[in-house]
Design a protein around this ligand. Structure first.
Ligand code: SAM
Length: 301
């Protein structure tokens, strides 16, 4: 059974962890999982949590270690993609709601609409980095796959918001993310633009590491898997790929390392091999920051 602290101590740690603004959207469930992991590894420290009064835990060095551990874990799989300005997201979506309410489909203030999308996409580092590329990337990708009617986006971040630059109409889009606050924000965004767009979008909560087989419930023409496969163990990636219900998979990978230098060998050889084994052929497109594989499925093993 997972190790649990008492509720007051958990709340204390969670408040402390969330003081970092870029972790603002983190799920309680995620943090409890990592707190439990820390406690399993550091049973002596955890006995101290149980024995020490709350007011003293607040200042204790052993408590700082736990906070640091959870933040580090969160940073690797989540926080490093969000900017500190993520706290502005609800206000921007609210401004979009107001704009949509005031507009009829053909008389929407396009400059304001574009400005608000731009602001939202700046809040997530992946979409921020791709912002200058989106129109070209969409043009190039759909020249290969054809115009999709249905897209499923894995570990979507704010990527669904970029469909604004795709010129796609009559599209059904589903993005999946693993924390509830992002899912809620994306759903609020899609509800806001419904009146002024023909994109029928929604977000669902899926933890792809815990439930990789859950992707089978979301059939699509095209699946986006942008910058996520490097984050998961290869067994998880393979389970996801085997369960996807689609003709095309577009998977992208960063081509610069953490020092912003170009990687010597940006192609993912192991991944290419796995995809060939699973019956896919592929083309690639390379831009200044990202490599895209466009996989077409022909047959399953
Ligand atoms: C590098 S970002 C890429 C975001 C988006 N695909 C893009 O390229 O614009 C990785 C994303 O994967 C999400 N993520 C990380 N672990 C996840 C998991 N176990 N299940 C679902 N999503 C996850 C993160 O929240 C983050 O938004």
């Amino acid at each position: 059974m997972a190790f649990r602290l008492n509720r007051e101590v958990e709340d204390l740690f969670i408040t402390k962890i969330l003081e970092k603004r870029e972790l603002h959207h983190l799920d309680r469930e995620f943090m409890l999982g990592k707190i439990s992991l820390y406690c399993e590894k550091n049973q002596k420290a955890c006995r101290k949590f149980a024995e020490t009064p709350l007011t003293r835990i607040k200042k204790a060095k052993f408590a700082e270690d736990l906070v640091r551990f959870v933040r580090k874990e969160a940073h690797v799989c989540y926080g490093m993609y969000l900017t500190k300005t993520i706290v502005k997201a609800p206000q921007i979506v609210h401004d979009l709601e107001k704009l949509a309410k005031q507009s009829a489909v053909h008389v929407v203030n396009k400059d304001k609409l574009s400005f608000l999308h731009h602001q939202l996409l700046l809040l997530h580092l992946s979409t921020q980095e791709r912002l200058h590329l989106y129109p070209q990337v969409y043009h190039d990708l759909f020249a290969i796959t054809g115009r999709p009617r249905k897209i499923f986006d894995l570990g979507c971040g704010f990527n669904g918001i970029s469909l604004f630059y795709s010129h796609l109409t009559d599209l059904v889009y589903t993005g999946c993310e693993f924390n509830q606050k992002d899912v809620d924000l994306l759903n609020q965004y899609f509800r806001a633009i419904k009146k002024i767009s023909t994109i029928d979008g929604k977000a669902v909560k899926i933890d792809l590491i815990k439930h990789p087989e859950a992707v089978a419930q979301h059939s699509a023409d095209v699946v986006f898997a942008y910058k996520i496969f490097d984050l998961f163990p290869s067994t998880v990636v393979e389970t996801i790929l085997k369960n996807l219900q689609c003709k095309w998979i577009i998977a992208s990978f960063p081509i610069k390392n953490l020092n912003r230098r170009l990687m010597h060998a940006p192609r993912r050889a192991g991944f290419q091999k796995m995809m060939r084994r699973l019956g896919y052929t592929y083309k690639t497109l390379t831009y200044d920051t990202e490599l895209f594989y466009i996989f077409e499925q022909h047959q399953r093993d």
